[in-house]
Design a protein around this ligand. Structure first.
Ligand code: ATP
Ligand code: ZN
Length: 285
């Protein structure tokens, strides 16, 4: 039977979220512990577990049809593959950091410096925009210790909270790239694979949308209904059900994360009581 082959990280920062995403899409994976490859019993999907750095190449070569990889790795590898969807996890940035005591007056301060990084292509392209020439030292891990051991003057590394940089006496001075995990695809997928990819994408989008929204239920006196309903968007319009106590109704609606707290305050002010907020598992519009 026709299968879609997906490459995900074998272990590391993207592994758990990648497997979780598939699971939230209703795709059960057999013995994930094997960690080489596995398949699903309830979706025609074969999963390859690889180092994240190798995923763009595997997808370009068509060994895997699709993959989940950070934009940082995707752009560094610069392969001919397409981004299908941003996945909202694995968020980080590729930044330049200098020793805290060192004076820094903008990118020109990087001229002639030794920069340690695992992202030589991205760093070189970034500096080129400013006509800066630096001496790039490519190292594959523990980049943040390079200045401390005299290997480099400056680093370009992935940062999320910044605590690793801080602990190594470094300060972040420039952001080269903001990154998150993306779903990528081979450029020449066959029709059958495209159909399966669209099926998977439909589920991914429903999961993503659900995460951005909450189901809210509240009670309100009937004389306030009109005002409260005007505050609620809902998927079409809110549902209103009579309560056992006369003169009162229960209102159900969906609120998005962005407007959530503002709306809750307005609803309370308008007379809503007993507001319940419930997570949504899937949302199909
Ligand atoms: P592999 O063994 O697969 O090569 P790795 O050591 O290169 O693993 P990880 O540290 O597991 O990679 O990071 C995988 C990806 O997670 C990164 O490429 C990046 O997209 C994302 N990421 C998110 N936050 C961070 C962070 N603070 N530091 C590093 N990577 C991060
Ligand atoms: Zn890696």
């Amino acid at each position: 039977m026709n299968k879609l082959r997906i490459a995900i990280q074998k272990s590391g920062r993207l592994y758990e979220d990648s497997v979780k995403l598939l699971s939230e899409c209703g795709i059960d994976l057999r013995n994930v512990k094997d960690r080489l490859k596995t398949e699903s019993d309830n979706f025609p999907l074969e999963v390859f577990f690889l180092r994240d750095d190798d995923i763009p190449q595997y997808v370009e070569d068509g060994v895997a049809d699709i993959g989940i990889v950070g934009q940082n790795v995707l752009f560094e590898k610069n392969k001919h593959i397409e981004v299908v969807e941003e996945l909202g996890f694995g968020k980080c940035r590729l930044s330049i950091a200098v020793p805290r005591g060192q004076q820094y007056e903008g990118v020109t301060s990087l001229q002639g410096k030794r920069i340690a990084t695992s992202y030589p292509f991205l760093v070189t392209s970034y500096l080129k925009q400013y006509n800066i020439e630096a001496d790039i030292h490519e190292i594959s891990g523990s980049v943040e210790i390079a200045p401390g051991i005299g290997l480099a003057d400056v680093v370009a590394d992935l940062v999320s909270s910044g605590s690793t940089l801080f602990m190594n006496g470094l300060k972040e001075v420039e952001t080269i790239l903001k990154s998150q995990a993306v779903l990528v695809k081979n450029k020449q997928l066959k029709e059958e694979q495209l159909i399966l990819l669209n099926k998977l994408l439909f589920r991914i989008r429903a999961v993503k949308k659900a995460k951005r929204n909450k189901y809210v239920l509240m009670n309100a006196p009937n004389d306030q209904l009109e005002k409260i309903i005007s505050l609620l968007p809902g998927m079409k319009s809110p549902s209103v059900l009579p309560l056992a106590e006369s003169g009162w109704s229960s209102i159900h609606s969906v609120l998005s994360e962005d407007e959530f707290w503002d709306k809750i305050e307005q609803l309370k002010a308008a007379g809503a009581q007993g507001i319940l907020v419930v997570p949504i598992e899937k949302m199909i519009v």
